[in-house]
Ligand binder design. Structure first.
Ligand code: N01
Length: 515
């Protein structure tokens, strides 16, 4: 976005980041095993940014680890001379729209302020950590860590007894690594997930070459698919094929690894019976891998359909439960009651540990937006306007907040896609929009209330055609006490969404007031 604003549009732009360097999620999430769940060659800036960058960068693994992604982002920041306009270790605490001047005033914690015509948030979707408020949490005398705020110097668990709370995508990555070091690991699981085989492996220069030679086609496909991946979902339903054929299709997707399993049939997110075939295929894989049948059953999800919570990718997670030094603890059956000075007490036992790892996720999508202290017309806060849940036009803008753009905001496809593809679509759209305003001598854009209402209605209608509302996921805000229960990302598909956004722009920004 900075590159586009500055180098494409010739605007003056300033970026604020609370971190000490670029990287966002890849700056903060340094827990052992942190790696991307999208293939590295498709989890990067596309040909929309630079063919030269695509050519010069080579990834060493099929799914890149955190350090490699961080160095990629640092390379991009250097290559495009971005550092000079980014102010690090600077937290935005207020952003207020002044109706008399038509400008935003952005205040930072160090007491400085700047004014701007346009205010763009690029705070990611998973950047405010969720630390459950267990009684006694602060009395613990050992060490504790949240995966999303991991110490830069790393943690050595050698010889320690460790409790890991949480088995989402993060816990599933961290637990096998911690188990290799620690004396003993207690995995405190509330809800088992449908973990898909990751299939990570090293990538040779030749592997990379073959992908690079095909990059044009790959990026085109990512822009034409619902999830932003370079593979398409066939127009076939799960129950329309014989059992054997269906099993073969699942097994093939499983072998290839990654999210392909979710794109094997067109109705997995809509039809419960179809979904159950994929769910049972995955439960059978758990039974294959975990020796103790009781542990295997405890690891098998029964309370929500497949892909109604974000499925983690696993590389050796299930096998970890065959180790002598790993114990699975069911904190659904016997919930955590308190953190004591020496460990964790559940309803039926006490676990004495040296360290606690909270892999307990994030206040997703709105958590960080609210921390920015955004106020629009008449001093109304975003948090106040969205007290019952987000209300936006395209997940990009919201009425009462002129010239505010939210990259991957709630009610846009965002976390239900391959994020860089969704981010680039928003950046392109905002860039075109600002160019449109400038070319016509305009400088204000704000969605009309009726256009916003129609978008929210459409968002809700599409949501109801899917199984996603069935699960207590962070996608619906269920992980944060008191958070309105709504589907936060848009599930209509990035392809459909892109067409809607393009149509609105082509129609002269239909649904917006321009001034
Ligand atoms: O967080 P989560 P995460 N008592 O919210 C449990 C992305 N990601 O950090 O399911 C007991 O998914 C909670 O239990 P439950 C990815 O989009 C991407 O793992 O609510 N347990 C759950 O098991 C992912 O979805 C990559 O019943 C409690 C866990 O903590 C998102 O980040 C890699 C609890 C939290 O799981 C978030 O994943 C890693 C309590 N009070 C992550 N509170 C990529 O590759 C919470 N839990 C890009």
């Amino acid at each position: 976005m900075l590159h586009r604003l500055r180098d494409t549009l010739g605007l003056r732009a300033r970026v604020f980041d609370v971190a000490a360097d670029v990287g966002g999620t890849w700056y903060w999430n340094r827990y052992p095993g942190a790696r991307c769940d999208s293939e590295s060659y498709f989890y990067s800036f596309s040909d929309r940014l630079s063919d030269e960058l695509l050519e010069e960068w080579t990834w060493s693994e099929r799914f890149a680890g955190q350090p490699e992604i961080l160095s990629y982002l640092q390379h991009v920041a250097e290559r495009f001379d971005l550092y000079k306009d980014i102010q690090f270790e600077t937290e935005v605490v207020a952003a207020e729209y002044d109706e008399s001047t038509g400008r935003w005033t952005v205040r930072t914690r160090d007491g400085n302020e700047v004014t701007a015509t346009y205010f763009i948030t690029a705070v990611g979707c998973l950047s405010t950590t969720n630390l459950p408020d267990f009684p006694g949490r602060d009395s613990f005398r050992g060490r504790w860590y949240h995966t999303g705020l991991w110490p830069h110097e790393g943690v050595d668990f050698t010889g320690q007894r460790v409790a890991v709370i949480g088995t989402g995508a993060t816990g599933v990555q961290a637990i096998p690594e911690i188990a290799q070091q620690a004396e003993h690991v207690h995995v405190l699981q509330r809800t088992p997930n449908y973990d898909i085989a990751g299939g990570n492996r090293p990538m040779s220069a030749e592997d990379g070459r073959a992908i690079k030679d095909n990059y044009r086609e790959i990026w085109r496909t990512t822009r034409e698919t619902g999830f932003g991946f370079p593979y398409r979902t066939p127009e076939r339903t799960a129950l329309s094929v014989p059992d054997e054929e269906r099993q073969r299709i699942y097994a093939e997707a499983w072998e290839r690894g990654g999210f392909r399993l979710g794109t094997t049939f067109s109705d997995l997110l809509q039809d419960e019976a179809a979904n159950e075939t994929a769910a049972e295929f995955l439960r059978a894989r758990i039974r294959d891998k975990v020796r103790d049948p009781e542990v295997a059953e405890l690891l098998s999800p029964r309370d929500h359909p497949f892909f109604t919570k974000r499925p983690p990718l696993e590389n050796g997670y299930y096998e970890t439960f065959n180790r002598e030094n790993v114990t699975l603890v069911d904190v659904r059956e016997a919930p955590i009651q308190e953190i004591t000075e020496t460990g964790v007490r559940t309803a039926d036992a006490e676990y004495e540990v040296d360290s606690i790892v909270y892999a307990t996720g994030f206040d997703a999508m709105t958590g960080t937006l609210f921390k920015l202290g955004i106020r629009g017309r008449r001093g109304i806060g975003l948090e106040e306007k969205w007290a019952e849940g987000p209300s936006s036009y395209l997940g990009l803008t919201t009425h009462g907040f002129p010239n505010l753009f939210m990259i991957t905001g709630p009610q846009s496809p965002s976390v239900l896609t391959n994020m860089p593809v969704a981010i680039e679509q928003h950046v392109d759209w905002i860039t075109d929009c600002l160019r449109h305003l400038r070319d016509r001598g305009l400088d204000t854009i704000e969605p009309l209330p009726e256009a916003e209402r129609d978008w929210v209605d459409h968002h809700n209608e599409v949501t109801e055609t899917t199984l996603l509302p069935r699960a207590n996921s962070w996608w619906v805000g269920a992980n944060i006490p008191g958070k309105p229960r709504r589907l936060y990302p848009y599930v209509g598909g990035l392809d459909v969404y892109r067409q809607i956004c393009d149509r609105i722009a082509a129609d002269g920004y239909d649904g917006f007031a321009l001034g």
